[in-house]
Each structure stands twice: as structure tokens, then as C-alpha cells.
Ligand binder design. Structure first.
Ligand SMILES: Nc1ncnc2c1ncn2[C@@H]1O[C@H](COP(=O)(O)OP(=O)(O)OP(=O)(O)O)[C@@H](O)[C@H]1O
Ligand SMILES: [Mg+2]
Length: 241
């Protein structure tokens, strides 16, 4: 079996508690290579918690998490960082770009852990910025970019190393509808080129426009459109494989 044929994300009974708050309750979620899906739900329903667990930024309190075939329980923090660096790109609502840093450096710095020499990092960063339509903004700092452009720099940084999985937490949340549409178009293009893309969104139209929708409520997956009308809780885990 090649790594490609593994699910990209495989959560089984994954839970996360913070003190007496259960942020994620026994989530079962299987994401296959090349999928594009929306994660929706009210504020506080556990969307970011689940994304952080899929992204290995956080370990679950209980349950199993496999990313690209790797059981994350079996990995040290160091091995987990290496898996994350090579496998997962992140995009957040607030862009997370350092002030004063030109776009080209922001993107190139995202490749620091790839082991590539500096000149190559800059070459790859240039290509990524062109890919998101910012070939003419390489040397602009965040305060010289529009919101939509900042988010495109963040996407360029997330995908410069060609990770198979892109996780986006409300990537259009801080944008006007036109810039949001450009960002969504970009995510569709990445999906078409083979990247698996998970998008958290509050926007019903965006969610409805994606091939799969996973809905959270009170930390529980209450609906997964890939499973039809049945509640996930009623589907035995093995039946999903
Ligand atoms: N580090 C933490 N410590 C304590 N409680 C937390 C922590 N992180 C999240 N929570 C709680 O877990 C629940 C789920 O939070 P989460 O951030 O996953 O929600 P969300 O669905 O992403 O919400 P939003 O749409 O507002 O971003 C919330 O009730 C939140 O207060
Ligand atoms: Mg959130």
C-alpha cells in the first residue's frame, strides 16, 4: 500500500477536553486524498479544535488520530513537527503575517524546515506568489497589502512546499465578499491540482458550494454529507473504510 492510498485524515473517537469543557466529542472523520470539504457549526462548537487536531497542532485527550497513514500517538513531538512540515499547510482568518516582512520573505521563511537552501526557498516562494496572482507584490509588507492580498500571501506560504493537505480556518472571515470569492477560487484551484482542502466557514453559501459538508454542534459531528442522512454515530467505524 502506498502512502497516497491512505486516508489523509482518519479520526476515530477523537475527543478533546479543556478542564471541564469538552471541545470535541468522540469525532469519527475520514478524509480521502483529493477531497474538498467544509466544516461548519456555531461559534464554540469545536471547529478550530478539530482542525488543530487534524493539523497535529494539538493531540486529542482520547481517541485515535492518523494523518497520511501515521498514527500520531506513535510519534515524538519532533517527528510530529516533521510530519506537519511536510504534509500540512495552514491558513487562518487573521493571516498571521509578521509585520515589516516582505511577502517573498514571509513565504520563503515558511520553507525553513524543508532543508532547502536559501536561494531555492526564494525561488519556490516566488513561484508560489505568482501562483496566487501576486507576482507584482513580492516586496510589499503586510501593511502595504489589501486584506485579500494578505490572505493570498498566507495561502502561498501554506502551499509553497506542496503539502498534500491544506487546512483553512475561516480563510474568508476577515474579507469582503469579493476578496473572499478570490480566496475561495484559489482553494478550488488547489483542490483541482490534487491538494486535499478542509475549510472552516460560517458562510452558508461557501459551505453549500463545496462537495462535502461536516457539521459540528456542541463538540459533536452531527452531520457529514458524505454519509448521507444517517447520523455518524449510527455508522460502525469499519463500515466507513
Ligand atoms: N485552550 C482552551 N482552553 C479552554 N477552553 C477552550 C480552549 N480552546 C477552546 N476551548 C473551548 O472549546 C470550545 C470549542 O472551541 P473552538 O475554538 O473549537 O470553537 P469554534 O467552533 O472554532 O468557534 P468559533 O466559530 O468561534 O471560532 C469552546 O467552548 C471554547 O471556549
Ligand atoms: Mg474557531
Amino acid at each position: 500500500m502506498t502512502v497516497q492510498s491512505h486516508p489523509v485524515v482518519d479520526l476515530a473517537g477523537a475527543s478533546k477536553t479543556y478542564g471541564d469543557v469538552t471541545a470535541l466529542r468522540s469525532a469519527d472523520l475520514l478524509i480521502r486524498p483529493g477531497e474538498l470539504l467544509a466544516v461548519v457549526g456555531p461559534s464554540g462548537s469545536g471547529k478550530s479544535t478539530m482542525l488543530n487536531i487534524m493539523g497535529t497542532l494539538d493531540r486529542p485527550s482520547s481517541g485515535r488520530v492518523r494523518i497520511a497513514g501515521h498514527d500520531i500517538d506513535a510519534l515524538s513531538d519532533r517527528e510530529l513537527s516533521a510530519l506537519r512540515a511536510g504534509t500540512i499547510g495552514f491558513v487562518f482568518q487573521q493571516f498571521h503575517l509578521s509585520s515589516g516582512v516582505p511577502a517573498l520573505d514571509s513565504v520563503a521563511d515558511g520553507l525553513l524546515y524543508s532543508g532547502r537552501p536559501r536561494s531555492e526557498r526564494r525561488r519556490v516562494a516566488e513561484r508560489a506568489l505568482r501562483r496566487v496572482g501576486l507576482g507584482h507584490r513580492m516586496y510589499h509588507q503586510p501593511h502595504q497589502l489589501s486584506g485579500g492580498e494578505k490572505q493570498r500571501v498566507a495561502i502561498a506560504r501554506a502551499v509553497a512546499g506542496d503539502p498534500p493537505l491544506l487546512l483553512a480556518d475561516e480563510p474568508t472571515g476577515a474579507l469582503d465578499s469579493r476578496s473572499g470569492a478570490v480566496v475561495m477560487e484559489l482553494l478550488h484551484e488547489l483542490h483541482e491540482s490534487g491538494t486535499t482542502v478542509v475549510v472552516i466557514t460560517h458562510d452558508r453559501d461557501i459551505a453549500a458550494s463545496l462537495p462535502r459538508e461536516v457539521r459540528l454542534k456542541d463538540g459533536k459531528i452531527e452531520h457529514d454529507s458524505s454519509l448521507g442522512a444517517a447520523s455518524t454515530a449510527l455508522v460502525p467505524e469499519e463500515a466507513l473504510r
